[in-house]
Design a protein around this ligand. Sequence first.
Ligand code: 5GP
Length: 131
Amino acid sequence: MSIFTKIITGEVPSYKVAENDNFIAFLDINPNAKGHALVVPKVEENKIFGLSRDAYHQLLDFSYTVAKSLEKAISCKRVGMSIIGLEVPHVHVHLIPLNEMADIQFTKKVTCTHEEFVALAARIAAEFDRE
Ligand code: 5GP
């Protein structure tokens, strides 16, 4: 069982920003930038192109709404998207508020306190609920 499945079942806590029947989005615990979120299908699949075409499109569609929420909640030049999966073998879309190229390069990291994570997640979730 992946760490993300444990988050989905509630076994492991997360800072959730959005959810529907098939997908969940929560803040990355080691963010590139404040507001860095992960969008995850609830059904555990290793690779993005292991998804059915339909599930792939649904994942991108859900990510679109989460990205819109991020754009409204977080001050940034734009929201970037990246799909990697080398660390966690459970499909996820990285949505990252960008101000500079380094924000998407997974080398620069920022630290957030628990209180900051809670506040960021609440702001993004409020925008998601308005979409
Ligand atoms: P990737 O698999 O795309 O290379 O990266 C996995 C991402 O998941 C990393 O950015 C890492 O910080 C994040 N991550 C790993 N474990 C956890 C966790 O337990 N909770 C959360 N919220 N994020 C995690």
